[in-house]
Design a protein around this ligand. Structure first.
Ligand code: PEP
Ligand code: MG
Length: 607
């Protein structure tokens, strides 16, 4: 049954497009910035002469305290973000940011502002009320000067200063996140001043989301100097986000993901980690052109798992032979509505253009279960707790047809490889193939070009398929082992609960023997087989797979160079003998430790 509870609705992932105000990607917990606002909760209080004197002292004290703190913030800004070696552009930005903060400090010391505040208190209003009244007066005067952004920025600065001063006067928490926790945070603000931004712990601040969108707003400039991604123009974001929600800010695209699915996070993570990889002391640049061949000459094909258009740009740099798994659901997840055929065609064309002459396998939409498209009604058979995820082959034929149509159009005059996820029965592949044939016929009737060759494959990730492989072989051109799902269905554990998956290991002889049987059957039937689950990219697991006879592994770009280094240090015959002996005899629930010793003994030090 579909879950319509408030909690589940609130937890639905979504995304909002805005305007990029600074590039970069940041992921953290949402902190909803609370500006003190200009409406005081205190009623206006009239004072007598004596009260006014003490209120004046309070005001002076708060003003002095505030100015001191701003000075400290500015000095920290210059120490932490102005290293001598900065490039010119960054240097300019730092200077601009510094100018803004200096101007802000000048405003805080503005004699006219201070005089007005004092006069109001002397006239008998409370210090807090004096701050409000003075701000309203300044705001009116600056508005009279016109709509120019310079005056708007000045109003903003005064608003920021006034809120800050009121917090000193009322002893509220001026530095909201400085003391608590150490996880990364994304600040989401309707209105925030540059100094207010600096109140946040800069070691934790990894992104900023603004309702406003001025490139030249002071807070945006200061955020750029802090080198955090900023997205603005986010009307309505405060309605969507709850404090503490997971938020991913993509400053490159001007997009904010609210409660993003782990696939989205994983893809952004891969993108950033690919730049950092240094396998076995070798840089990516060094390993990329080298072949992935064992010491005794057995070649292993290393492919890339991708999901974002830009992922395919890493093929060459990572030293991959192509894309073994393109998860098409990722672009679907990144949109707020279902992309139509034309939009999908454009997307797949772009992917193919970037892939160039390298082969690529498009996996058709794999949604349901733990992968949710917020705009797609969930089918009755899908639930977060029931492990079975159906392929849309049978359940959503229209969706599949549209996707096949888009893939065919995008690959006109070139080869197209399509892979079906979550196949549980051999006849599901036949059903998908008839849809594919119909779509090809449709294009031909329209007089449109079709792919020069189409390869149709399926993932082995539902255990039932393992027991009918002979019936599967006649209908597929290739197969790929989805070890993530196969493992969880095999042991009946939910992928979403790592504490449960820790009880079982993919390196258990039982599971490995299953993988061995799959490999043997495919080899005999001469059906190309790869592994595209996470196992393929983990050093020990990949060792085991190679020892079991797997020759094609598809993984994230960051894992690939490490694997290449391992393969080049490995003797196939040794790992093959080891795996045969261990899997046949081991009564352990995992061979992990023993495999680790094997690796060490054989000079493979990457674990
Ligand atoms: C798998 O299940 O191993 C796989 C590669 O698919 P997914 O996208 O579900 O991780
Ligand atoms: Mg899967």
């Amino acid at each position: 049954m579909a879950d319509h509870s408030f909690e589940s609705w609130m937890a639905i992932p979504c995304q909002i497009d805005g305007i990029s105000l600074n590039t970069g990607v940041g992921w953290g917990r949402a902190v909803l910035h609370q500006s003190a606002g200009m409406k005081t909760t205190l009623d206006r209080v009239d004072f007598g002469v004596d009260d006014a004197k003490s209120e004046l002292i309070r005001l002076d004290h708060a003003l002095a305290h505030m100015v001191d703190e701003i000075q400290i913030l500015i000095s920290q800004q210059s120490v932490s973000t102005l290293p001598k070696s900065q490039a010119d552009a960054q240097q300019k930005l730092q200077t601009e940011s510094r100018d803004i903060l200096d101007a802000y400090l000048l405003l805080a010391n503005d004699p006219g502002w201070k005089r007005q505040l004092r006069e109001k208190v002397q006239a008998g209003v409370s210090a807090v009320e004096a701050v409000d009244q003075t701000f309203q007066f300044i705001q009116k005067k600056l508005k009279e000067k016109g709509e120019h952004s310079i005056w708007q920025a000045r109003v903003s600065d005064f608003q920021d200063l006034s809120s800050r001063l009121k917090r000193y006067l009322t002893d509220s928490d001026v530095r909201p996140v400085r003391k608590r926790g150490d996880s990364p945070i994304i600040v989401i603000a309707d209105r925030i001043g540059p100094a207010e931004l600096l109140d946040y712990d800069r070691t934790r601040l990894v992104g900023l989301v603004l309702v406003e969108h001025s490139q030249t707003s002071h807070v945006a400039i200061v955020a750029r100097s802090l080198k955090i991604p900023v997205v603005g123009g986010m009307q309505g974001i405060l309605r969507e986000v709850n404090p503490g929600d997971s938020i991913l800010v993509d400053g490159n695209e001007g997009r904010v993901y609210i409660r993003p699915l782990k696939e989205i996070i994983r893809h952004f993570d891969t993108k950033s980690s690919v730049k950092k990889t240094r396998p076995l002391g070798l840089s990516r640049e060094v390993t990329a052109p080298l072949s992935a061949q064992t010491l005794d000459g057995v070649p292993v094909s290393l492919l890339l798992n991708a999901g974002l258009v830009e992922d395919v740009d890493h093929i060459e740099a990572a030293g991959a032979e192509g894309v073994g798994l393109y998860r098409t659901e990722i672009p679907f997840m990144m949109r707020s509505k279902l992309p139509n055929v034309a939009e999908q065609t454009k997307l797949y064309r772009e992917i193919l253009k970037r892939t160039g002459n390298y082969p690529i396998v498009f996996r058709t939409l794999d949604v349901s279960g733990d992968k949710v498209l917020p705009y797609l009604a969930r089918l009755k058979s899908e639930s977060l707790t029931v492990a079975r995820r159906t392929t849309q082959t049978l359940d959503r034929p229209i969706l599949l047809r549209y996707q096949l149509r888009a893939l065919i159009r995008a690959s006109a005059d070139c080869e197209l490889s399509i892979m079906l996820p979550m196949i549980a029965e051999a006849n599901e592949i036949q059903a998908a193939r008839s849809l594919l044939d119909e779509e090809i016929k449709r294009e031909r009737v329209r007089g449109k070009p079709v792919p020069t060759k189409i390869r149709l494959g399926a993932m082995i990730e539902v255990p039932s398929l393992v027991f009918q492989l002979p019936r599967v072989f006649p209908h597929v051109d290739f197969l790929s082992l989805g070890s993530n799902d196969l493992f969880r269905f095999f042991y009946a554990i939910d992928r979403e609960y790592p504490e449960l998956s820790d009880q079982y290991d993919v390196l258990s002889p039982t599971f490995l023997n299953l993988l061995k049987s799959i490999q043997n059957q495919c080899q005999l039937a001469q059906i190309p087989l790869s592994v595209c689950g996470e196992m393929a990219g983990r050093p020990l697991e990949a060792l085991a797979l190679i020892g079991l006879g797997y020759r094609t592994l598809s993984m994230s770009a960051s894992a690939l160079p490490v694997l290449k280094g391992i393969i080049r240090n490995l003797t196939y015959q040794e790992i093959s003998d080891y795996m045969s002996a261990t899997c046949a005899s081991s009564s352990q629930s995992s061979i992990r430790q023993s495999l680790r010793y094997f690796a060490k003994d054989h000079g493979i030090h990457s674990f």
